[in-house]
Design a protein around this ligand. Structure first.
Ligand SMILES: [Zn+2]
Ligand SMILES: [Zn+2]
Length: 750
């Protein structure tokens, strides 16, 4: 006889871990107990040594699908002679430090019951168990118990109660458990009239008629319509004031997804993963109203029982499922607000009675050349901890103003919030304040100990808000260093010295200029020194130029002599260009920039993208997709000297080839390849002179898959390791994590 005391940390609460431990212990004839402790799951087991070893192995190998073990400590202890194995009541922690599970997709066992005629939960849209269902979107407070969830208004009936209390049942302590007799239900609202009968059939009818339906989901409302009905999809665009940004689509299963997009095995793995993100992949079909002028489609699989019910009742097989909001506003998640704000958009509402505790959008991901890339981190991932930082006091990093997320560090664990959005919209700013209150309250953080971190940009609303918060201290971290640190934080690499390449559209530099084409040398622990950058250009209008590629072009092209007349054919730049040129010449409202994002905008303008962009990064995405259609070409020159990448020969080549009538696909490809080659040679030289073997790539520009592929190919020949983001987005959604990491080591601006 032997005894062990075991502590398991990670995502192990609210994911069916204790019943799993109970079943495993009973199967191995072990005695003792399991409980949810302050810092994770605590287990005491005793029995035959061989059985104990098998138990510990199985703990790791057979854990429930939604569990993720970050730490498992096993220590020998005294045998105490327990008569059986039991699940003990949770200890109330002084301060909760457990990890809240992200929301989970409906599991196979629940789906089987959902469609089994004799089952008590036959066709019940809120079916769930310890392996599946809502978590983060129903939790009102910790510990995670039913009275602390949005299910508190629905007492369990005898049937559900028995399952809830039976350790051998898969609904043992499943907090959101319910059935149609005791739980919430869905109803349909058409022109203000509520109907409770044949709700799913009614919703399906509306969708088949080409109507727009607002559907309440896990973390907010979706707007749904038949993606193959051009009229429906285009009227959705009109009513939402969303001109060109692609809509996500949902299909019933993987087979159907394969007919729409080209899926690599890694992309299929992402699409079916427990997070069920929207996966971006090359389109095989043309759905012009869904993704105008875009060769990729964003596709996801059903994840709530309701989605499965809609498809099985005959909903159109390709559904537009886009966040329900007006352009740029945060997703609607409260019923009153949804009914009000979507009144002119949706023809009808499919409303679920269970309240949503907080808004959480769908996540967006892609199987990239260098591994999975998360482009928007929200449902299914948030609020998972993505790093363990070596600090004991709490830290709040408020992120930047675009694609904002916040990171809260409690007991060394860095929790990254769901995607919040662009804070220049008032609704998003409100969501930002709310998320700060929400996460700090959930973890009962003591504000007087809190280190607060913000971007170095003095005019960011996130910066201004951070300065109103009362903590122990408030510091700034520079934007592009935070990008590099976000990659290293995901890996827990604090002392590793790297070359960090940080390319994006905009960020406040040390000298007050707009940075965005930066090379750094250093580590998270010692900080990062700027080692090189893109040659500076003028930027008329400053950050506002991000909306107009020709405006960025006016600044960059001002450094080229003997320019042809760009306002005439074939370039046909609009009047805005000439006005911007005037600003540059008179040095009015003109800033200095080393932004790689604006260089891509300039190239896109020269290739014909002369209109305004309607979403961030649009011109660069367009350029990359044009380049994908080209046959192999030679790269344009992009020389590196005196710590500068010189864009002049690069843009000169674009203009010359364009004037000579070369196909824009080839020019775009030669530009992309030229950028990669210039960056690769800069990286080689810098790594050599600083004795480095690892290159870190981060920033929104590295969402450009072709650039990442080209660079990886060029640099791996020199046996450099290339690290990019996998846990948080390479775009500004990853900044808050990087801020937290640098601040944890005292690397803030002084
Ligand atoms: Zn289930
Ligand atoms: Zn019930």
């Amino acid at each position: 006889m032997k005894a062990c005391s075991i502590r398991v940390r990670g995502v192990v609460q609210g994911v069916g871990f204790r019943p799993f431990v109970y079943r495993l212990a009973t199967a191995n004839n072990l005695k003792g107990w399991v409980l949810n402790g302050e810092k994770g799951v605590e287990i005491h087991v005793e029995g035959e040594e061989e059985r104990l070893n098998a138990f510990v192995r199985a703990l790791q190998e057979q854990a429930p699908p939604a569990a993720s073990i970050s730490e498992l400590n096993v220590a020998d202890t005294q045998t105490l002679g327990f008569p059986d194995f039991s699940i003990r009541e949770s200890e109330k922690a002084d301060r909760p430090t457990v990890r809240v599970s992200p929301d989970l997709p409906a599991c196979d066992a629940c789906l089987r019951e959902l469609f089994a005629a004799e089952n008590r939960r036959h066709l019940y849209p809120y079916i769930n168990c310890t392996d599946c269902g809502p978590r983060y979107t129903v939790i009102l407070g910790l510990p995670y118990d039913r009275p602390n969830t949005t299910m508190k208004s629905w007492p369990l009936d005898d049937y559900c109660d028995r399952e809830y209390h039976d350790p051998l049942n898969r609904r043992f302590h499943a907090q959101p458990v319910a059935c149609r007799h005791c739980g919430p239900s869905y109803y349909l609202l058409v022109e203000g009239k509520r109907s409770n009968d044949d709700v799913i059939a009614g919703a399906v009818d509306l969708l088949r008629q080409g109507r727009i339906l607002a559907v309440k989901g896990l973390g907010g409302y979706h707007l749904a319509c038949d993606a193959r009905n051009r009229e429906a999809a285009s009227s959705m665009r009109e009513r939402k004031f969303r001109k060109e940004k692609p809509f996500a689509i949902m299909v019933p299963d993987l087979e159907r997804a394969r007919t729409l997009v080209d899926l690599k095995p890694e992309a299929e793995e992402l699409m079916t993963s427990i997070a069920r993100p929207i996966v971006l992949a090359p389109a095989k079909v043309d759905l012009p109203e869904v993704a105008p002028d875009n060769s990729d489609l964003g596709v996801m699989l059903p994840y709530t029982p309701l989605h499965h019910l809609l498809f099985s009742a005959g909903a159109p097989e390709i559904l537009v499922m886009t966040s329900a909001n007006r352009s740029s506003e945060p997703i609607a998640y409260e019923d009153d607000d949804a009914l009000d704000s979507l009144a002119g958009i949706a023809d009808a509402f499919l409303v679920g009675e269970r309240p949503i505790a907080r808004r959480v959008d769908d996540s967006v991901a892609r199987a990239g050349a260098n591994g999975p890339v998360i482009l928007r981190r929200a449902r299914g991932y948030a609020p998972g901890a993505v790093a363990t930082l070596p600090i004991t006091h709490p830290l709040l990093a408020v992120g930047p103003d675009l694609k904002n997320t916040i990171t809260l560090v409690v007991n060394s664990q860095a929790f990254v919030s769901q995607h919040i959005g662009d804070l220049d919209h008032y609704g998003a700013f409100r969501a930002f304040e709310q998320t700060i209150r929400d996460l700090t309250a959930m973890y009962e953080v003591n504000w007087t100990d809190m280190l607060i971190v913000h971007d170095a940009h003095p005019e960011y609303v996130s910066t201004r808000h951070a300065k109103t918060l009362e903590g122990a201290a408030t510091h700034a971290v520079q934007h592009h260093r935070a990008h590099v640190a976000s990659v290293l934080a995901e890996r827990g690499e604090w002392v590793k010295r790297v070359l960090g390449i940080s390319f994006d559209g905009t960020g406040y530099g040390d000298d007050g200029a707009i940075w965005g084409g930066e090379f750094f040398v250093g580590s998270v622990k010692e900080g990062f020194a700027r080692a090189a950058h893109l040659r500076s250009a003028a930027l008329p209008g400053g950050d506002a130029a991000a909306r107009f590629p020709v405006q960025a072009a006016a600044g960059f092209l001002a450094q080229l002599d003997k320019l042809p007349d760009l306002t005439s054919s074939p370039l046909g730049f609009p009047a805005r260009y000439q006005a911007a040129v005037e600003l540059v010449h008179k040095q009015l409202r003109t800033f200095t920039t080393s932004s790689m994002g604006r260089l891509f905008d300039t190239a896109a303008a020269l290739l014909g993208f002369t209109r305004a962009v309607t979403f961030e990064g649009q011109a660069a995405i367009w350029l990359e997709q044009v380049a994908r259609k080209a046959k192999p070409v030679e790269p344009y020159p992009f020389p590196f000297a005196n710590h500068e990448l010189d864009f002049r020969p690069l843009l000169r080549s674009v203009i010359e080839d364009r004037s000579h009538g070369r196909a824009i696909e080839e020019i775009a490809r030669a530009f992309q390849l030229g950028v990669a080659q210039g960056v690769a040679s800069a990286a080689r030289l810098l790594c050599q002179s600083h004795h480095l073997n690892t290159v870190v790539l981060s920033g929104g520009v590295f969402q450009n898959e072709m650039l990442l592929e080209d660079l990886a190919r060029m640099l791996s020949n020199d046996r450099f390791a290339i690290w990019s983001n996998h846990g948080v987005p390479p775009n500004d959604g990853g900044i808050s994590l990087g801020q937290a990491a640098l601040a944890a080591f005292g690397q803030f601006n002084h």
